[in-house]
Write a protein that binds this ligand. Structure first.
Ligand SMILES: [Zn+2]
Length: 135
């Protein structure tokens, strides 16, 4: 299999620089020290924000289930969805294994996830606004 740089997504042609992913207990490869530095910075940032993201998203997911489970009616019932979208936008890789961003590289994957989270935010806002006017 062709090895790709975990950061920029380019195929690795020369000797790779290895990053040890503590959380995954695996190593990833970078094409250059520049990518290596950016990856380690990213891993550090990811580690500090991960717990925060889990807690907020967890609470919102539970709220969302409760609202749906009791089929509550109110304009506020879709707010957890918007909050989840905001969290995903802020911390895009919380639910991803690093193999998932090996394919495109970290910056591109971040962009894709952010795009998806924007859809979630817009979708949540639209139904919230809709409910405000129709309920
Ligand atoms: Zn690279």
């Amino acid at each position: 299999m062709e090895k790709r740089c975990i950061y920029c997504g380019q195929p690795i042609t020369k000797k790779p620089v290895i990053v040890w992913m503590k959380r995954e207990k695996e190593e990833a490869q970078c094409c250059s020290t520049d990518c290596y530095n950016k990856t380690s910075r990213f891993i550090k940032w990811d580690k500090t924000s991960r717990l925060k993201a889990y807690v907020i998203i967890g609470i919102c997911a539970v709220l969302n289930l409760v609202f749906m489970g009791f089929s509550m009616k109110g304009w506020w019932t879709h707010i957890p969805l918007i909050v989840i979208g905001i969290c995903l936008c802020k911390w895009p890789l919380v639910f991803m294994h690093f193999h998932n961003y090996e394919r495109f590289g970290i910056p591109k994957t971040l962009r894709y996830v952010r795009l998806a989270s924007w859809f979630l935010i817009v979708f949540g806002s639209v139904i919230t606004a809709w409910d405000m006017f129709s309920l």
